[in-house]
Structure formats: C-alpha cells, structure tokens
Write a protein that binds this ligand. Sequence first.
Ligand SMILES: Cc1ncc(C[n+]2csc(CCOP(=O)(O)OP(=O)(O)O)c2C)c(N)n1
Ligand SMILES: [Mg+2]
Length: 594
Amino acid sequence: MSTAPTSPNKKSASTSLMTGADILVQSLVNHGVEVIFAYPGGASMPLHQALTRYSDELRTILPRNEQGGTFAAAGYARVTGKPGVCMATSGPGATNLVTGLADCKLDSIPVIAITGQVTTPVIGTDAFQETPIVEVSRGITKHHYLVTEVESLPRIMKEAFHIATTGRPGPVLIDVPKDVQFASMVPDWDVPMDLPGYKVGHRLAQPEQIKQVAAAIRRSRRPVIYSGGGVISANASDELRELIDKTGMPITMTLMGLGAYPGDGPLSLDMPGMHGSVYANYAINECDLLLAVGVRFDDRVTGKLSAFAPHAKIVHIDVDPSEINKNKEAHIPIVGDVKHALAELNKVVEPPEAGLDEWIDQIDRWKKSDPFAYDTDSEFILPQHAIDELSRMTAERETIIAVGVGQHQMWAAQFFKFRQPRTWLSSSGLGTMGFGLPAAMGAKIAHPDALVVDIDGDGSLLMNIQEMATCHCEDIPVKVMCLNNQHLGMVVQWEDRFMNGNRAHTYLGPVAHPEASGGGESQFVEARYPDFVAVAKGFGWGAATIRQKSELLPALKEMIEFDGPYLLDVQTPYQEHVLPMIPSGMTVKDLIKK
Ligand SMILES: Cc1ncc(C[n+]2csc(CCOP(=O)(O)OP(=O)(O)O)c2C)c(N)n1
Ligand SMILES: [Mg+2]
C-alpha cells in the first residue's frame, strides 16, 4: 500500500493510480451525486482536498454543524428520492452525525455518511479525535463500514449506494481512516458487490396474494387505506391514486405519508393517530378492511394496539419483512415492493360489491361534525391560522414545507394541505428538534425553483440556527416561518394535560421571568427572547416580526417574495393545545376533542 498521493486523471480514471480520497469522491460522482454536505477536520482533510478537484461536478456545501449537514442531506434525499451525502471528520465531527443517522434510520431515508477516521495503526488506542463511530452507530444505520484498506473502497462505495437505496431505504456509514485516504491503487469501477445476505430484488407480491387483496376489497363494506412513508419512498403515489380512483376507498395518511394523495382530495381522511383527525380515527375504528401500505403500525398511530382497527381484516404490504406482524398481526401479509404490489392490484381490482355510499356518507358526517378547527375569533395570531393562510397562499405554486418538532409540526400536518409526495419534510420517527432549517436547506438545493418554507418552533429553530450562516454564505434562499410561543409548546401541553400545569423548564426566556414558573398573567408573553429578527439579520437574512392579525397576510407575502433567505417571526400565544388528542397508549374512546 503506497502512501504517496497522486493527482487524479479523471478521464483515464480506471487505468491510472488514484488515492483513496480521489477514489471515494470519483465514486460519488459516478453514482450521480451532485452535492455533499461536508465539514472538514484533520482526519478528513485529504477527502476535502479531493473535493476541490471535483468542484465542477460535485458541489460541496459547508454546514455550520455536522448535524445540520446530516439533516440537509436527508432533506435532499426526502425531496428527490436520491441518496443524500454528508461527511465529517473523526471524533466530534463523527459523533455530531449520530442524531441525523438515527433520524434517517427511523424514517427510512437513504443517506450516505462518510467519516474520516484516525490512521489504521492507531485505531483502538484512544488516539486524538478517535471515536469508534461504526460501533456507536451500529444500531442506527442500515449498514456501516470501516474501510481498512484502499483496495476495498470501490466495492464498499458501490455496496453503500446499493444498500441505502434498495429495499427499505436507510442510512449507510463509511468510516475511512486517513492512511486509506492517502493510499493509492488503480480502481476497478466494475468490481462486483459482495452482499450474500442482502437479497431485496426478490421481494415482490405474488399473484395469488394480489388476488386475495382484490377479493377482500370486493367483499368489504367499510374499507380504509392506511398509507405511510413507504408509499412515498417507493414513488407509488400514482399507483395509490389510481387504486382510489378505481375503488372509491377513503384514505388516511400517516405523518410520513402526507402528500401521497391530495390532503384536500374528497377521499382524504387526513392523518390518523394521536393528533390525527377525529374522522380518520373513527373510520379506522369502524372499518372492516384496513389496507395498510408502507406503514409500520407506529404507536403514535395505533395507541393501544389491541383496540386498533378492532373489526378489520388487515392487509399489510411492506417491502421490509421485519415490519410484517411486528406490532399488529396481518390477515393478508405481503412482503413486497409497494409500487409493484399496487400496480398489480390495479390490474385486477374492482370496487366493493355492495357499494360505498353509506360508508362515505358516514365519513362525511364525521368530517362535518369534527373538522380540524381553531378559534378564528382569537384576538391573536394563532399558529394554526398562520399555517392555514400559508397553505392557501401557496396552493398554486410548487411549495415544500419542512418543520421542527412540537406543536407547530402537528399543526402543519393538520392544516397545510399537501397535494404532492416529497413536498413535506418532518422528522417523524425520531422527532428531532432542529430538523427543519437544515432539511429545508437540502430541499432548496435540490429544487431551487420551489418555494421552501421551514415552519418552525422557537425551541426547534434554536437547535440548528447556525445553518442560517450556511444559507447566507451558500446562497440558499429558504424561508422560515417561526411560530414563536416563547415555550416548548408541546411539553407545555403535556404539563397542562397530565402534570397539573406545573412548568418544568419549558419557558424559553430568562428564568427570572414569572412565566418561567408558570406565574404569567396574560395569554401573551410580551417580552420575547431571543430577538429572532436581530439574530437573522446578523446572519445576513431578511427578517420581520409580527403580532397583530392584520399583519399576517402582508407579512407572509413579503416573506414569500423576498429575494433571499428570510425569517418571519410570528408571535403567538402559548395556551393553544394540539387537538384532537388520543393520549399515549389509549384508544379512540379516550379521544380528547376540547
Ligand atoms: C432534540 C430534541 N430534544 C427534545 C425533544 C422533546 N420535545 C418534543 S417537542 C418539544 C418542544 C418543542 O418546542 P418548539 O420547537 O418551540 O415547538 P412548539 O411545541 O412550541 O411548537 C420538546 C422539547 C425533542 N423532540 N427533540
Ligand atoms: Mg415553541
């Protein structure tokens, strides 16, 4: 193994010596990667040097924290379906990736994370900036590699892209010691993969199973489609819409599944579960057939499992066999690619024999009596109102929404009407505050002509606010609508509901303020901290703050039309609760409407 770096010759790349660093970067280019979010350090410097040599083919973006880089890569992957790529140095750089990897694992997002590592001879000695990142991230990656010799690099790169993007997508970590980055070889780009235990190509629904599903639909009187992130990642939205057109079946979409069918479509029941619609939860409770597609029966959807869809025959289609019968037993379990299964089903499916008029009438009555609602007479700008207006204002243009985690996230899911897949970015499984701004950044890079808005909470925004610098310096004009309630609103809501309103570190201003211990008098916290407008302007953003209802529409317009990144700080009261709510582990009978 030579350690002398050689300059790459891209044209004859397959016949000349290349360093590990150049092989890795050339391999990214070969796999169609257009952008990498990479933060340098000692152990990844050769990789960064290589990135400069490929700058005409591969854009390198410097996030301001590696966590921001992972979420930006994930945002890019979520809106494109292509793998997102991020990179960090060893030690603290690598550990800053951990939350992002966990996020991608739980939401099945294809991301390739590359880390620099200390040189192979000192691995395991607690060398400077050494962390065993493969060990650290073993349980939160789909796969992981420590590259111990340069000769494996072309194969590992090929396998990593294959694993991240096939079957159930997920994050793959590649840890590359510095001596491997310097070592050189003549790469073979056509090297075969060596993945004996990984056979996703065979996972297709069988014709017999498709016939069973068609028969179950034909016999059903009260069917519901329960559609999730798997439909989005399989790019199966068209097939799903065709199935609905052919059968007239109503559909509820999970937090990960929003946009697969238009949220304002006639057969949409919106989201199910803890903060889902009354009508989706009632429909699941009463249905006789639950067609679960690309979902995982998450506890935030099901509540108490034994009481979930108690009368239904359950069809469960998912590409990942480990999801089938994991939480809820399926009567017709199908392991297979969702797009293929739905396409096959569409060839044979017929509408329910007995007709669905009665069932749809019942659903419409539920929709009428318990719509998502908020107090339109409030003297303040309520967060739901701001989202509702933004949804209306952007209905006719290509819009992508990212969110943080908390009340604002749930309200965005309830009140923003998503009409297309891959236009909604939410850290759903992990529920990671700080996701919104960097995810929006990644989405904007992928779709520069789209309007990309991060609807954020004041707590969540602070967690990765440094990415404002990235947006300014790299010319990524995202918008942030910060629903500023001066509190960790979702935790406040649980304090109010389940802990007698005792405030326990959920106020985001100075602790000397009476609100910090719940002693505030009014509905509206007058003093706001931090001054988000000053912060945003410090980062070179346009910014404004509003608190009067009359200011909302012009301010939204200004935000949308502003030439560059822009923060709109919307001061809201904090007493609003996200409703309806089925408390954790409970059933539809425990649903709280007020
Ligand atoms: C990284 C992280 N830490 C803690 C939590 C727990 N948590 C969930 S929601 C929430 C409050 C979020 O506050 P904010 O972003 O202001 O949104 P709001 O609920 O006020 O709309 C907290 C602390 C989390 N989800 N993620
Ligand atoms: Mg808040």
